[in-house]
Design a protein around this ligand. Sequence first.
Ligand code: ADP
Ligand code: MG
Length: 259
Amino acid sequence: MTKILKINNIEKYYGSKGKSNITKALDNVSLEVNKGEFVGIMGASGSGKTTLLNCISTIDKVSAGNIIINDKDINQINDKDIAKFRRENLGFIFQDFNLLDTLTIEENIALALTINRTDVGDVDDRVKKIAKELGIFEILKKFPYEISGGQKQRCACARALINNPKLILADEPTGALDSKSAKMLLETIRKMNEDLDATILVVTHDPFSASYSKRILFFQDGKIFNELNRGAKTRQQFYHEIIDVLSLVGGDADANEIS
Ligand code: ADP
Ligand code: MG
């Protein structure tokens, strides 16, 4: 099995060592993600989820340990190559979708490829192919203000996919959405994983969102304390299993929410 991501004993401190106000945000974390996996990272607020994602995203640097993406130790990449590495290997689904208002949907999706200087004909072909797969082919010539929220989401997902990234990352992607929109976005992410074989890592404190993934790592105080595999279970069964784990640790799950 191809390992897309290998994290070996990482630690992340905020504040300077030796001072009293030091925070240990990640405490000896190791994990691996194989190609084609859909992994959820759960944990209460402050448990280190965003810190982990920022370190994998090359936005932040670990204090110890290493992170290997696609066989490359990201600590070893120098600052001038880091943006290129990110563009070529990682896809991001942002909470606010980050679409540029002055560009058409087609241009928004193609943006990363344009930066990577892909051949114009190839850009066109890839955008059309992914737009068809995600059901937004008809709206490619429109501007963001002319399309629905659900279409904007799919556009943001198409943009995350366009570079054929090794790994797609999302931090609380449904955090700002109502439950119907959240469900639509999660369905799109599921499709990206199952139909398009994208490897996905999603951070969320929400059990409903987490129930879409196939494996969940639970964080507490910067450490992994539990892991669940969906296996052959339905999403609903998995959801209830997640709720059970969270109730053990007093996570901020709300079992009365949609399931
Ligand atoms: P989560 O995303 O799970 O809510 P975070 O990764 O944001 O958690 O935070 C983990 C811990 O690190 C928290 O105690 C938080 O206060 C601390 N922390 C996060 N970012 C910073 C920062 N830039 N400076 C100082 N402390 C931080
Ligand atoms: Mg966070």
